[in-house]
Design a binder for this molecule. Structure first.
Ligand SMILES: C[S@@+](CC[C@H](N)C(=O)[O-])C[C@H]1O[C@@H](n2cnc3c(N)ncnc32)[C@H](O)[C@@H]1O
Length: 291
């Protein structure tokens, strides 16, 4: 069965995901796209809403979403990034910077800091970068609510050079650890013919990867996440207006080579790992380890 046939079968069988259903309208389209701050916060709160009237209206949809592997996978990839960050952050001495690229509502910062001993945590400056003002506002609320010191937000588009030219100078060699989860699945491999013809030539996957790598300090690590092909929630996510570009290890490796992505230091390596606990959505992590 082709993917489009499968999508239409699922849509026919599951009215929750038909176009115009309250769930799709309220949750997936409020802010124009499915990975929005609203959807993320719901996932991180295990799909719970405070408003009882809204809960009554969309309760069964929330329960359905909560049961989906992709919801668990989004939460689990954040946990995996934290587990990868702890030893790296602890292996450096003195004050260090950590980046959450496309950091959304700031969950990574709030998960990482309690895992560090308080003296170390006080030396870690976490910088969150996101282009969605709603996500940045949600992250700022989280920072205030949880009293997260040394966590700052940058409202910026990571596809522009300006994102890396901050008040404290260009971000080259700045971070001991950086994670970017849930952004690369939206970026096309390169420029399409129609992009070039229409002059809408946005830098995509390879360019963004190169920029992110350039900000990593020697001995640091960059972690990039991407959903892998043929996961069981592909149709469900597409119906929810969440069309991702799925990539496997070979595909990601090919892109690194094809774009000539330069690793910052001699001896750095790129490895691809499937995330533990990502259910069968097979989220891929691209790891750069530099020593
Ligand atoms: C699916 S969410 C993931 C958020 C967070 N990494 C997490 O896993 O909870 C994707 C985030 O990427 C941000 N984003 C997408 N493209 C971006 C870009 N070009 N520059 C900055 N942020 C971007 C979105 O605004 C959104 O908050």
């Amino acid at each position: 069965m082709s993917r489009s046939q499968f999508v239409s079968v699922l849509a026919a069988e599951d009215a929750k995901f038909s176009k115009g259903s309250p769930f799709v309208d309220i949750l997936f389209q409020t802010e124009g796209y499915a990975g929005s701050a609203v959807t993320l916060e719901l996932m991180y709160r295990h799909m719970a809403v405070n408003d009882p009237r809204l809960a009554q209206r969309i309760g069964s949809h929330l329960a359905y979403c909560e049961s989906r592997p992709s919801t668990h996978a989004v939460r689990n990839r954040a946990k995996s990034a934290v587990e990868l960050a702890i030893p790296v952050v602890n292996s450096f001495l003195g004050p260090v910077d950590v980046a959450c690229y496309a950091g959304g509502t700031g969950l990574f910062a709030s998960m990482l800091l309690p895992h560090l001993n308080p003296r170390r945590a006080a030396e870690v400056h976490i910088r969150l970068f996101d282009m969605d003002p709603c996500a940045v506002l949600a992250a700022q609320r989280r920072i205030r609510r949880e009293g997260l010191e040394n966590v700052t937000t940058n409202w910026t588009n990571l596809l522009s050079d300006r994102a890396f030219n901050t008040d404290s100078g260009y971000l080259r060699n700045r971070f001991v650890f950086a994670e970017c989860l849930g952004m690369f699945d939206y970026l096309p491999d390169g420029l399409t013919q129609s992009d070039i013809k229409s002059g809408r030539a946005l830098p995509a996957y390879g360019h963004a990867l190169q920029k992110l790598f350039s900000t990593i300090r020697s001995g640091g690590m960059l972690v990039v996440g991407n959903f892998a092909p043929a996961h069981p929630d592909q149709a469900y996510m597409e119906l929810g207006n969440w069309p991702l570009i799925l990539r496997n290890e070979e595909e990601m490796e090919r892109l690194v080579h094809e774009f000539g992505v330069l690793l910052p230091y001699r001896g750095d390596t790129v490895a691809f790992e499937r995330v533990e606990g990502a259910e069968d959505t097979q989220i891929l992590m691209l790891l750069s380890k530099g020593y």
